[in-house]
Design a protein. Structure first.
Length: 486
């Protein structure tokens, strides 16, 4: 048997390590690789949002208070100028180095011009490599003045919008600094290294804990299963812990119980079959030797004993073969419409002829003849076996009653004896081969002991319903129902 090289502990550690590794990779990507771009995107969106809020509330009488609040809360600078660059509003310059506070009237006017050309709004990045490329140009209406915004060490975002204020066009500029995050990234990188190491250690410890909680019950169940393989006794599995393990233990305990019953049935079956085979063989050999050694014993009576035992042995072997074929599903049914009532009457005539000398009273009651669609030979075998069973177990009065009834377009055949009956708890098992209520095997007076099992398989092959009604000391009634053909 091939063994898995990795224990559940190491497999759990591997799975947890993969999970934690994936989470750490995501953290590294968001906190280190993409942090700068995320930060800049956030600051840019804040500037755009501030511009939209101001434009929406531009005609509010308290617009300047609103802009003061926005500048304070969003850490931005706001300037509102007329179309020629004259300032109408400026937020407090707390930092002293923000880009828009270092611009002049011409630069304000130029930004407004570019915003108008862009459709009313334009967003610029301010850093040492971009401003020169963006603003190093001549503006004709500014009399050849070379407009170039002054650089700072920090990046900046400048939003310029053309808005209508007091029925006139105004230039709104919103500016925020985007400080370098290199130092922050370096700090986070060191922290993530420690976090990675700590998480791997925790994953290992957690895998040990989980493995102990999960593996120990499984190990116990495995050891118990090995003991079950070595023993024929019923074993109970301990399933303390998780629900799934408890259910597994209960299932295995049930399987152990069923295996024990099966093994008991197997041993009992072998013993019973051996007994039923050995008995006729012993009688045949004994009588044959007696007739050989004692010439006076060579008479018709002893010869008949040998014939009877050989016939019984043949019947037992045939029943075993029939039962095996039925259970394997290899025996095909030859179904056709025939008269069930006449078939049972013929069976009854044979039984009466065989048993009346022994005092048996076998009766058959019916109101009308009934036809069914089925295998006539197999259904006859069912009736034979049920009557055999009734003869074997009927009471001292030796009465057996066979009845035919019509119930809801179905024909119901009942075979009743007057024997000791069957306890309720034993009823589900009477269809098993060689099942005995008293557990004391004795050879049947008529039949082989496989009759009810054969009956069950034949009726199930016909999709018929069947059952038994019995009470202790009140006899038993075996019955089956099939659809009648009117």
């Amino acid at each position: 048997m091939k063994k898995n090289k990795l224990s559940i502990r190491w497999q759990l550690f591997g799975y947890l390590a993969i999970l934690i590794g994936a989470l750490l990779i995501v953290l590294w990507l968001f906190q280190i690789v993409f942090m700068d771009s995320f930060y800049k995107t956030i600051r840019k969106n804040e500037v755009i949002e501030v511009g939209e809020v101001i434009e929406k509330n531009i005609n509010n009488p308290n617009i300047f208070s609103i802009m003061d609040t926005l500048a304070e809360r969003r850490d931005v600078d706001i300037i509102l100028t007329n179309i020629i660059g004259e300032t109408r509003y400026s937020s407090p310059n707390k930092q002293g180095n923000r880009t828009i506070f270092r611009l002049g009237q011409l630069e304000y006017c130029y930004l407004g011009l570019k915003a108008r050309e862009a459709g009313g709004e334009i967003l610029y990045w301010d850093n040492e490599s971009k401003w020169t490329n963006q603003f190093d140009m001549q503006v004709s209406f500014m009399q050849g003045h070379n407009v170039q915004l002054r650089n700072s060490k920090d990046d900046a975002v400048i939003l310029t919008k053309i808005i209508t204020y007091q029925n006139a066009e105004y230039i709104l500029m919103v500016n925020t600094l985007v400080s370098p995050v290199n130092a922050t990234v370096s700090t986070i990188r060191k922290q993530l290294l420690y976090v990675t190491l700590i998480m791997l250690i925790l994953a290992f410890l957690l895998s040990i804990f989980i493995a102990k909680k999960i593996a120990n019950p499984i190990i116990k169940i495995n050891d118990t299963a090995k003991a079950l393989a070595r023993s024929n006794e019923e074993i109970t599995f301990d399933g303390k812990g998780y629900r799934e393990i408890s259910e597994l233990a209960n299932t295995l305990s049930y399987a152990s119980s069923e295996l024990t019953k099966t093994e008991s049935f197997r041993r009992e079956l072998i013993a019973n079959v051996s007994h039923d085979l050995r008995t006729p063989l012993t009688l045949i050999c004994g009588y044959a030797e007696m007739m050989r050694d004692l010439p006076g014993e060579n008479n018709p009576e002893n010869t008949q004993v040998i014939i009877d035992e050989a016939t019984r042995l043949t019947a037992l072997v045939n029943d075993m073969l029939d039962l095996s074929k039925l259970q394997a599903g290899t025996q095909q049914l030859d179904c056709k419409v025939y008269n069930l009532t006449l078939s049972i009457e013929e069976i009854m005539r044979r039984y009466v002829a065989l048993t009346e000398k022994e005092g048996y009273q076998i009766t058959f009651d019916y109101d009308e003849e009934v036809k069914i669609n089925g295998d006539a030979l197999k259904i006859s075998q069912v009736v034979y076996n049920l009557i055999n069973n009734a003869i074997n177990y009927t009471g001292k009065d030796k009465k057996v009653a066979v009845k035919q009834k019509i119930v809801d377009n179905k024909v119901r055949i009942e075979v009743t004896d007057t024997g000791e009956g069957i306890a309720k708890e034993n009823l589900p098992y009477i269809w098993d081969r060689y099942y005995k209520v008293d557990k004391t095997h004795k050879r049947a007076a008529i039949g082989t002991g496989l009759g009810l099992s054969i009956v069950q398989n034949i009726l199930e092959a016909h999709n018929a319903t069947y059952g038994v009604e019995s009470e202790l000391h009140k006899g038993s009634t075996f019955w089956f129902e099939m659809k009648s053909i009117m």
